[in-house]
Design a protein around this ligand. Structure first.
Ligand code: SAM
Length: 281
């Protein structure tokens, strides 16, 4: 595969078009596509060109670079993010939350009050923050007496909308243990379920670009940022993890994805194992 994509496709897509889109994505989101994702970019954006009756990638690039293309630029970013997720993905993190993390938070609450703040950063369509909410419900019989809030953010506006709606296929809801599924979901038409209101009310879904200004002050007891930075270069990760450390309480926990690590990125966390990190500085 060379940089130029074959001309027999429906839309012409040159190496320059790819370079433009890859640079734009990196600048706007931190996502670094590298040199070889032309086919993925073509497949994901060809749908947009078709929908808008735009004849070539060159014309599409010109459009999103123009003031009139500002809304479409959002759609471009939505199309180019990878949103793969599922309920209780990397379940050991939820076990750690239910065990050590909540135990320490309870101990702290005797002097600092019953306040609990968790951030799911890069929450995709909501399965991660709902898994957090379900874990809290299951592990904290006195949850109603806590000021507990989960913030769930993503750059992809469509993912934020879906997370907020909380509607999933019955198949994906099977990621939630069978014995508690009925407590978590209510039927929502054929083949669909909706997360119950008592869980939905624990979460605020917001559109947020991790590369931009963050309006929240924190501090957070825990941050989940899993399978997000895998697409960022090391310098971008360095800045991001420093910002996370600034927003965590002393001793707070950071969970990252199975193929991510903080080696050579930051010394403000101590690895406890299985990609669970404690803020130490
Ligand atoms: C692969 S999903 C991971 C979802 C979930 N954390 C999990 O592990 O299952 C990565 C998410 O990060 C989001 N993302 C990528 N770059 C982002 C940025 N700069 N700001 C906020 N979210 C971003 C994507 O939109 C996508 O939904």
């Amino acid at each position: 595969m060379t940089n130029a994509v074959a001309d027999d496709r429906e839309f012409t897509f040159s190496a320059d078009d790819y370079a433009f889109l890859a640079k734009l994505l990196k600048e706007k989101t931190g996502i670094d596509l590298g040199p070889s994702k032309q086919n993925m970019v073509y497949a994901r954006l060809a749908k947009r060109l078709r929908k808008l009756h735009i004849p070539s990638f060159r014309a599409y690039c010109d459009f999103i670079a123009s003031p009139e293309g500002i809304d479409e630029l959002g759609a471009t970013l939505n199309a180019l993010t990878t949103n793969l997720t599922k309920f209780f993905r990397e379940n050991h993190h939820f076990e750690h939350l239910a065990g050590q993390a909540l135990s320490e938070i309870r101990t702290r609450s005797t002097t600092q009050g019953r306040r609990l703040r968790i951030w799911s950063a890069g929450c995709s369509s909501g399965e991660e923050p709902y898994s957090i909410a379900i874990t809290l419900r299951q592990s904290m019989p006195d949850l109603a007496q806590w000021d507990a809030k989960i913030l769930a953010t993503d750059i992809d506006t469509e993912m934020v909308r879906r997370g907020n709606e909380g509607v999933y296929s019955t198949e994906s809801a099977e990621g939630v243990p069978a014995d508690i599924r009925d407590k978590c979901f209510e039927p929502h038409g054929p083949g669909k379920v909706r997360v119950r209101q008592e869980l939905r009310q624990l979460i605020a879904f917001k559109h947020l670009n991790l590369m931009s200004h963050w309006p929240m002050k924190g501090p957070f007891d825990l941050i989940f940022c899993r399978n997000v930075v895998i697409y960022f270069d090391k310098d971008t990760q360095r800045v991001l993890f420093d910002r996370y450390a600034n927003l965590l309480v002393p001793g707070g926990f950071l969970y990252i994805g199975h193929s991510e690590n903080l080696f050579g990125i930051t010394e403000r966390f101590k690895l406890l194992g299985r990609n669970i990190h404690r803020k130490i500085a």
